[in-house]
Structure formats: C-alpha cells, structure tokens
Design a binder for this molecule. Structure first.
Ligand code: ADP
Ligand code: MG
Length: 691
C-alpha cells in the first residue's frame, strides 16, 4: 500500500509501528517533529481500513495543502471550512454520507454546528485523526479553545479509533491530550526529536548588536538560504532593511497582506529571496528543504516554539546551523508579557467578587471593577476560560464556578515554567540537542551528545566567541576541582558556589558560567535535575568531576565563553507572586510595550459606525456561540472605527487584528465601514454582514 498509494519505497523511521497499531484499530498518540512524516501515519491506515478518514485540523491553509496532495495521488478528498460556501459544504456532506470520500478534512469549530456531529455519526468514519493535537491542551504553546470540545464529540463516533498527532508535546501535554480526548489505552509513539544535522549555537548578545551579528553570520559561505526570526513586526522590517543591502531579503509577518506574503514566500522557495526575516507567523507548512541557517534575534517563550522554528533548517539532511541570541533583556521582555497576560490571582479575584448569578452587561461590570480596559478584558477572558465567569454572546457576564483558581494558577505556573526552561536552556552546561531530546520525553534517545553544537564543538561556532581563561579563572577552576576531588567527586552547583564564596550569593551567575566552561572543556559533567518542593519543581545542577578533571594540571587550555555584555543585576524570578509591576520593567531596547491605539475624539459618524460593528459582532458571536470578545475586542473595534481601513493591509496593521480575522471577516468589515460613508444602503442590496 505504501508503494501503490503513495509511491514511497520504504517507511521513514517509526512510521511503520504507528501505521500497524492504528490500522489494527488502536487509539494512538504520535509525537514526532515537523517534517518527519506524521500525515502518512493516518493516511495509510485510513486507506487500509477502508471508509472515510475524518481529519480535524486547525488551519485552512494546512487543510487545503494536505487535501491537494492527497487529491494529486488520486484519492477522493474533500474539506469543510469557513472559506467554502454553503452549497459546497452541503455537497461534501452528501458525498460523505454516500461513502464517496476517503478523506474529509474539517476545522474543529465545525463540530459545534448544530447537527454536524450527528451527521458524521450516521455513517461513522473508519478513523479520526486530530492534527496539531497540542492545541487541545492549555499547557501546550498554542492552546485553542475550539479544540477543547473535540473530546466531547468523539464518543458518538466510536468505536472508531482516534489518532492524535503533534510535533510539540512535552510529557505533561501528552498526558493532557490523551485525557482530554478520552483516548482508550493509546499507544504512545514519541520519537525522532534528534536532528543530526542542525548545529545549535547559543550566544549572549545585546539587543542593539543583534541585527549586525545576524548580518555577519549570514555573510559566511553556505549560510544561506536562511530564516531570521524576530519578536516583532517592526523588528522584522528593520532587520530586513539592513540585510537587504547585502543579499536579497524580505520581511514576513502577519501585518502584511495576503498577496504580498504569498509573493515573498514564493520568491523564497524559488531562491530569489535568500533571507526571510520573519515573526513566528512564518513557517507553518513551509517545506523548503535547503534552509542552511535559522537565526533567532530574541529568546522564544518556550522550548517547544524554539524547537519547531529551528526544525525548519536542514530538511535536506545537509549541515545546518541554528543560532539563538539572548541576554538579560529577553527575560525582562518575557516578564513584562507574563505579568500582562497572566495577572496575579488577586486581579481575577477582584473581578470575580463583582460577578453575580444574574448576568450583567460587560461594560457596567467594567465600570464597577475599575480596571483599565485591556487588563479587564484579559482578566475576564482568563476567568471565562477557567470557568469562573459565564459570558454569553452579547457579553453579559454571570458568576461561574468557584473552581477557577487552581486551574488558573496551574496554567500561570506552567507558562512561567516554560520561560524558565527556555532560560535554563540558554544557560545549560550540556549538549544542546540532548537537552531538547530529553525535553520532549524521547528518553530512548537521551544519551549520545550531538557532537556539533556550541557545547560539543566550540571551535566550529560562527557567532559565539571564546577566549583563553585568565589567571584568576584558572585558580578558581583549580579550587573547584580540588573541592570536588576532596569529596565523593560530585556536588550541586549551588553548594560549590556557596563553599567558594563563603555564602555570598553575588557572582552566582559567573560561577555557573565558569562551570559550563569547565564542562565544555571536559573537566566536569553537569546534569540538570529537579526536585519537588511544595508542589513546585525546583531546578538544580549536579556537577561531577571527570577523569580529565582529576588529571588537570592547571596548565591545559580552557576556553571561556566571551561575555558579550556586562553582567546584569540579579534577575527577578519569573514566577513572581506579587502584583503586576509592568511599570518597573527597565527600559531596555527590546522592551515591547503593547502599542497604544491612537484615539481621536469620536464623532457622530464614528458612533454610528461603532454601533454597526457592534451589531455585526453580536450577530456573529451568536452564530458561532461564543462571547463577542472572541470575535473582536472592544479595543480592536475602536481602532477599526478610528482608522477606517480600506485594505487588508491597513486592517492588519491595527493592533489586536490577526490574519485569520482579516481572512474571515475582512470583506464584511470593509462593507460595514463603507455603509457608513455612503449614507443609507439600498434595501435591494441586503447587508450580508448583519444577516
Ligand atoms: P509532518 O506532518 O510530520 O510535519 P508530513 O506528513 O507533512 O510531516 O511529511 C513531510 C514530507 O515527508 C512530505 O512531503 C511527505 O510526502 C514525506 N514523506 C512522508 N513519509 C514518507 C516516506 N515514507 N517516504 C518518503 N517521503 C515521505
Ligand atoms: Mg503535519
């Protein structure tokens, strides 16, 4: 079947075992990296089992891409999503019921359409595949509320087997996926996280130096094609402008309109553009095999996103490099957003206290709570997600369950832990690839160092610089080694520091760095570990002396990572329990405060337009069965009224407006705005938007 239906000569690693299990009717969870061939693991069993395979997928673009590929192989495939008209979707349903489809792709929110799951249940699929399954978990890095209810519709499709697929799930997320979907005794296939040909390099650099550093790196022979990831749209533009002077480069982010993005992407695929400078909006579904370098000009917010982004390098198997730039500035940035997006529980508490069993209008509630608008919206959304508030489509808010605190705190801790893990990765004293492989729970492959990262092969580094140890560093190294040799050969890094500095806590960071340098030179090994205290996981490091360390004569070369910037003040803990301290965030260059929307005195026409938009939003919220703020926030609505965008590009440029909103609603928004300028609209041309 592999040959006949797909034209492949052999399975890729791990595919066969999954295919066998699923074909035999077992539930399974498949976690393998992007590009490793997960789709085949539902496609082949689907064909083998006979009948229709139902594929649930979060992105229209992904659906269209997969469907087109299967069609090209002569398979009967269709899809239902918001980008298709009603007639086409009806026809697809008939085809499904008549058994004409081998594959049916749907978006998760489709399950909420009245009668749709029942329709599916009339003729059960032979397999249900849930792609990008990490979206179901609020512990994952891309939680989507629409995914959360998939689990409640699966029982009516049973006994059909269910396969959940994702590229990014830590052991915690894996458990959550299995639980939420109600998978029955699922086979767990967690594999293939090692990327043999990606050399990871982590370099400490000040934000202001990073664009220039990126340029230097990419100048090198064989360093392009490349992707440079930047944290903001503005930085993407700025870095692209700088690089453009030296090689064909372009910015890519969600603030650019669809046509432009398509052109740029095509140019990159064809090699006319060598460097893509992008926000994380770029890369989903990109299949360019020869990307030689991925540069991060800022620290991502989780190891999962980081891994996914560097995974776009070297799909062809040829040597590639991933270079991550970071510094203290990144922590402050992440702290800032953490505090903004996950306020202290007391903020939610204040809001919860004002909720009553009888629904009250959101605006009235906001006035009573006296929170700034953005903070209020955020707090309300968090309460809603965790069940503390009930919000109807018209945004009347009622008191929900008392049980929201624990899940909220758990989510908040989890988010903080992700940032902490990312920071630890940048500071780690072991093989970079091993850290990642272990992070994803691929324990069968957690031993062999990669041999090419900045830890394993410092001499190969292109961005990180090293210098010989100073006399002072040598004498400290000697003291550390004799301290270790005097005992049983091992100590925690905290103990070593305490014993050498007489209990002083300052200089701890330099001390940890030096241990990393020693580990890189083979004098010690460092093993990252954790212990549990009060239900929290506290990380620490075990340091052990090696044979080379015992034999060291104080003379051998020790390479010290060059400090690219002066040591910053001791850092604030991410998982702080105090109130929001956004005001204390130091004004580093990379600080990204949320953009303020320009406001002008509203006119009567504005008020009318705003009302039309609100009416439309209400109708849409009712239709989709979600609170209105899930469609469009008040702040974004006001920004639309103030800016009156007339193109997709202008609409996207507004804060709070994303690409999916523009794709889904752009045309309706323009029509609504237009109605305002043209006076009354003719009754013979019914307003689709408000219907
Ligand atoms: P993932 O979903 O894991 O990111 P895909 O399923 O999209 O990856 O597969 C990536 C690429 O690998 C696709 O182009 C697919 O056709 C190809 N592929 C998958 N399995 C095989 C195989 N056994 N032999 C050759 N190519 C394969
Ligand atoms: Mg995939």
């Amino acid at each position: 079947l592999l040959r006949a239906a797909f034209g492949f000569t052999s399975f890729r690693p791990n595919q066969e075992a999954v295919c066998r299990a699923v074909t035999a009717g077992a539930d399974a969870l498949l976690v393998m990296p992007t590009g490793s061939g997960k789709s085949l693991c539902y496609q082949l069993p689907g064909i083998a089992r006979g009948g229709t395979t139902l594929v649930i997928s979060p992105l229209i673009a992904l659906m269209e891409d997969q469907a087109a590929k299967l069609r090209a192989r002569g398979l009967a495939v269709d899809r239902i999503h918001s980008g298709r008209d009603r007639g086409a979707s009806r026809q697809t349903c008939f085809d499904y019921l008549n058994g004409k489809l081998q594959f049916l792709f749907i978006a998760p929110e489709r399950l909420r359409v009245a009668g749709f799951p029942e329709m599916l249940a009339k003729r059960k699929p032979c397999l249900v595949a849930i792609d990008e399954a990490h979206c179901i978990s609020q512990w994952g890095h891309d939680f989507r509320p629409d995914y959360r209810m998939i689990g409640q519709y699966l029982p009516m499709l049973r006994p059909t087997p269910v396969l959940a697929l994702t590229a990014t799930a830590t052991p915690l997320v894996q458990n959550d996926i299995c639980e939420q979907l109600g998978l029955i005794d699922p086979g767990r296939f967690i594999h293939g996280f090692r990327r043999e040909n990606i050399a990871i390099e982590v370099v400490e650099a000040q934000p202001r130096d990073r664009a220039v550093l990126a340029h230097e790196i990419l100048l090198g022979e064989g360093r392009r094609p490349a992707i440079v990831y930047t944290p903001t749209r503005r930085q993407a533009e700025a870095v692209a402008r700088l690089l453009q002077r030296h090689f064909p480069s372009a910015a890519y982010h969600a603030g650019l309109d669809k046509d432009h993005r398509r052109d740029v992407q095509a140019a990159f695929l064809e090699g006319r553009i060598e460097v893509m400078v992008a926000t994380i909006a770029f890369g989903m579904g990109i299949d360019k095999p020869d990307i030689r370098t991925v540069v991060h000009t800022a620290m991502p917010s989780s190891l999962e996103s980081y891994y996914q982004e560097i995974g776009r390098a070297g799909r062809d198997g040829a040597p590639s490099r991933a270079i991550l730039m970071h510094s203290y500035a990144d922590r402050y940035t992440h702290d800032f957003f953490f505090e903004r997006d996950y306020p202290d529980v007391s903020v939610l508490e204040t809001l919860f206290a004002k909720l009553t069993p009888e629904p009250q209008p959101k605006d009235a509630l906001r006035r009573r709570v006296r929170l700034e608008e953005e903070a209020f919206d955020n707090a309300l959304e968090k309460l809603w997600i965790h069940g503390g508030a009930q919000v109807d489509y018209a945004e009347n808010v009622a008191r929900g369950s008392e049980e929201w605190r624990q899940p909220y705190l758990a989510q908040r801790d989890q988010k903080a832990a992700k940032i902490e893990q990312m920071i630890r990765f940048t500071e780690s004293g072991e093989c970079r690839m091993l850290s990642l492989v272990r992070h994803f729970g691929d324990y069968s492959d957690a031993r062999r160092p990669c041999g090419i990262c900045d830890f394993c092969a410092p001499a190969e580094c292109v961005a990180q610089r090293f210098r010989p140890a100073t006399a002072a560093e040598r004498s400290r190294i000697t003291r550390i080694l004799s301290l270790l040799a005097a005992g049983d050969g091992r100590k925690t890094s905290g103990k070593i520091h305490a014993e050498l500095s007489g209990g002083e806590t300052s200089g701890r960071r330099a001390s940890e760095q030096l241990l990393c340098d020693m580990a890189r030179s083979g004098l010690v090994t460092i093993v990252e570990a954790e212990f549990e205290k009060d239900g929290r996981r506290i990380p620490y490091r075990n340091v052990a002396i090696t044979a080379a360390g015992r034999a060291w004569d104080g003379e051998g070369e020790i390479a010290i990572r060059e400090a690219v910037e002066a040591e910053a003040p001791p850092r604030k803990r991410v998982a702080r329990k105090t109130k929001s301290k956004a005001a204390q965030v130091p004004k580093t260059k990379s600080r990204r405060a949320p953009a303020k929307t320009e406001t002008q005195p509203p006119t009567l026409a504005d008020a009318a337009t705003a009302q039309r938009l609100r009416d439309w939003r209400l109708a849409e919220a009712r239709r989709r069965g979600v609170p209105a703020f899930r469609i469009l926030t008040d702040a974004a609505l006001r920004a639309i009224v103030a800016a009156r965008p007339s193109t997709a590009r202008e609409l996207l440029a507004l804060s709070g407006i994303g690409i999916s909103f523009v794709e889904k609603y752009g045309a309706q928004i323009f029509r609504l705005l237009h109605e305002g300028t043209g006076g009354r609209y003719s009754p013979t041309e019914p307003s689709q938007a408000s219907s």
